[in-house]
Write a protein that binds this ligand. Structure first.
Ligand SMILES: Cc1cc2nc3c(=O)[nH]c(=O)nc-3n(C[C@H](O)[C@H](O)[C@H](O)COP(=O)(O)OP(=O)(O)OC[C@H]3O[C@@H](n4cnc5c(N)ncnc54)[C@H](O)[C@@H]3O)c2cc1C
Length: 373
């Protein structure tokens, strides 16, 4: 089989990797360098965790996601992951952690409820004002995202049968005929075209623009005092919702930065616009950090980063067949990276084996735990 992949973020690279290792011919195009610093996949880290609120379908896929990463580490000859455990905190009427714990109990992955009174003893770096309930699970950790993307692009550049085309924007795709046309006017044809264009997808496939909305998000990297850095450099990852602003905290594992962000979708912005962030973007997040994190007044903002989610109404992924020869692979809604290797491997399998496309779409949407037959 010959495949064209449009987009060299984690999704496009992963499907190219999986097709290439099964001996198929792949041509991958990206509008920028590979890796492209503007891609959503390009940040120091992305989290992987079992707690998933009510979305038990995605929670069930986490073990498969870890197995797919292990396969990738074997091919790359290096592991780009650090375990942290997952601490989920709630209060003030929010119940994401409780719902996650209830859902995980049904699939045999119980979370342990920690007494809030003892929280500061176990995690002295946490202030925990406003926290009413706390749940812990030993699993979960940090994927070193931009290092993975860079290593994967490097690996693919040496893979027989895989051809990378950086700096080659694709102007249009014909998913009925299996053809793409580049900005420079070159036409390429294949048996299948996979569009994995991240937040730019609506430009290539305007009909999907209504279902896949770019969402500008701002994250904060902090410069920590030495004692705070040593307290945080073993974790934990925190997923917190105790009011209007829910935050996630990524600990500074293996020399990376400590990052805080929120999971509130802006549903605004354009990935091609200037990416600057202001104090206004981060004020609510800073306020919450102040009450949650001990000694926060001595933390300094190192840098702000603007990145894009591509969100669907129900936060489920869209990995769907389009036309006779096309697929769209938009596994984001702010939680896709952890499934990158798995989504790539399974889509490659479906493309090669002719598995049922509708069943594949349901699986990728987290609606069926079993992979399609
Ligand atoms: C702030 C933030 C925090 C996140 N945290 C997490 C997390 O903790 N855990 C998690 O699992 N997920 C997380 N995510 C989500 C995750 O990063 C994304 O779901 C994932 O990276 C999307 O990968 P992608 O390959 O679909 O898109 P991208 O990485 O954006 O790649 C798309 C690529 O397509 C290229 N492209 C677009 N249009 C064209 C064209 N016309 N021609 C050629 N090339 C084109 C682009 O240049 C780009 O390189 C987070 C996202 C953000 C923004």
């Amino acid at each position: 089989m010959k495949a064209i992949v449009v987009g060299g973020g984690i999704m496009g690279l992963s499907v190219a990797w999986a097709l290439g290792r099964d001996g198929h011919e792949v041509a991958l195009f990206d509008q920028g360098p590979l890796p492209n610093p503007l891609a959503s996949s390009m940040d120091e880290h992305r989290l992987i965790r079992h707690p998933y609120g009510d979305q038990v379908g995605y929670a069930r896929l986490i073990d498969d996601a870890y197995a797919a990463w292990d396969l990738l580490w074997a091919d790359l000859g290096q592991r780009f992951y650090a375990a942290t455990g997952t601490l989920a905190l709630t209060g003030n009427g929010a119940d994401w952690a409780e719902r996650s714990a209830a859902a995980l109990a049904t699939i045999g992955k119980p979370m342990i409820e920690l007494p809030v009174a003892g929280l500061r003893q176990r995690f002295p770096q946490i202030e925990a004002k406003g926290v009413e309930r706390a749940f812990w699970i030993e699993s979960g950790g940090v994927l070193f995202a931009q290092d993975i993307v860079a290593a994967l692009a490097h690996h693919l550049a040496r893979q027989p049968g895989v051809r990378l085309h950086p700096h080659t924007p694709v102007r249009s795709v014909d998913l009925e005929q299996g053809r793409i046309t580049t900005e420079a006017g070159a036409v390429h044809a294949a048996d299948v075209v996979v569009v994995a264009a991240g937040a730019w997808v609506g430009r290539l496939l305007p009909d999907l623009g209504r279902r896949l909305v770019p969402s500008r998000q701002v994250v904060i990297y902090f410069d920590l005092p030495d004692e705070a850095r040593s307290a945080w450099n073993k974790g934990p990852m925190i997923i917190e919702k105790t009011g209007d602003v829910g935050l996630y905290l990524v600990p500074p594992m293996e020399g990376r930065g400590l990052k805080v962000g929120d999971h509130e979708f802006s549903r605004l912005g354009d990935p091609v616009a200037e990416r600057t962030a202001s104090e206004d973007d981060i004020r609510p997040l800073l306020d919450r950090c102040r009450s949650l994190l001990r000694g926060f007044d001595r933390w300094r903002t190192d840098r702000l980063k603007v990145c894009f989610y591509t969100v669907t109404e129900d936060e489920r992924f869209i990995v769907e067949k389009q036309g006779a020869c096309g697929w769209v692979m938009s596994a984001c809604s702010g939680h896709g990276f952890k499934f990158g290797a798995l989504m790539g491997r399974e889509l490659a399998h479906t493309l090669a084996s002719g598995r049922d496309a509708a069943a594949h779409a349901r699986w990728a949407a987290g609606l069926d735990a079993a992979t399609p037959t």
